[in-house]
Write a protein that binds this ligand. Sequence first.
Ligand SMILES: CC(C)(COP(=O)(O)OP(=O)(O)OC[C@H]1O[C@@H](n2cnc3c(N)ncnc32)[C@H](O)[C@@H]1OP(=O)(O)O)[C@@H](O)C(=O)NCCC(=O)NCCS
Length: 130
Amino acid sequence: MSDQADPRGDLLMRTMAMPADTNANGDIFGGWIMSQMDLGGSLLANEVALGRVGTVAVSEMNFSRPVKVGDVVCTHGELLKVGRTSITVQVEVWVKPILTPEGGMRYKVAQAQFVYVAIDEHGRPRVINR
Ligand SMILES: CC(C)(COP(=O)(O)OP(=O)(O)OC[C@H]1O[C@@H](n2cnc3c(N)ncnc32)[C@H](O)[C@@H]1OP(=O)(O)O)[C@@H](O)C(=O)NCCC(=O)NCCS
């Protein structure tokens, strides 16, 4: 379990975990959490690339705590590296339980590094102008 007090990076997206996104345990499906992370990270990468990006790699994916229906899911991201055509973003997901009486304190549930590649109109890698 993480003793990290605050998320790394900026808040990129905020949404509520819904019943349609549960797994067989009744918790939120990891694939849905990953899609939130990919989307959030891509918003940051779009700004850096000044255009379209494609996800080329995900590493160090870690799910540390389950996400429950009704949790507020916050996706944070920090720019780690800008290469010739690639952008690496550290993405963290934090939740804030708001539907339970003891709710209030946020905590980290997942983190990963996402690598995006700036692409042109043909989907080919494009040099990032900074
Ligand atoms: C993204 C894509 C256009 C890149 O094309 P490519 O021919 O693999 O690109 P390159 O080999 O020239 O690499 C481009 C950059 O990505 C980096 N890269 C490629 N594969 C990588 C990997 N597995 N991990 C980390 N970085 C990687 C390269 O180091 C390079 O970075 P740099 O230019 O900053 O030095 C192509 O792989 C693609 O279309 N992938 C599918 C994208 C997609 O649909 N994603 C959604 C599915 S989840």
